[in-house]
Design a protein around this ligand. Sequence first.
Ligand code: 5GP
Ligand code: ZN
Length: 115
Amino acid sequence: MDCVFCKIINHEIPSNIVAENEYAIAFEDLDPVAPVHVLVVPKMHIGSIMELDDSNLKYVQEVHKLIQEVAKIKNVDKSGFRVITNYGEDGGQTVPHLHYHVIGGKRLGPKIIHD
Ligand code: 5GP
Ligand code: ZN
């Protein structure tokens, strides 16, 4: 499949992996918007949040567990962080494989969506 995140999952293209489990992988965003900017991605090609259903709920569960782990590894578990998933044209999704931005390491404004 011609999907950049599937290629990262399969180690076909390099990434800086922060953590992973059987169902999800976390790696550094190529173009970080904050001191901490990690992408947490299910290890199955799910196109977006709109493709989640009862058949792939396990991935949602494991993605959230990995987000907690990333927060601890990046030392923002106490200071706080933001989790964002973009969907569709207005949401600004550019990679069509479900992913969650974990952003932190600085004080984020209340209305800031992405950075
Ligand atoms: P979206 O706009 O779809 O929510 O976010 C896509 C994110 O993936 C962007 O923040 C972008 O910097 C990141 N990204 C795109 N291609 C790559 C890549 O090849 N490697 C890594 N590590 N991040 C990528
Ligand atoms: Zn994919």
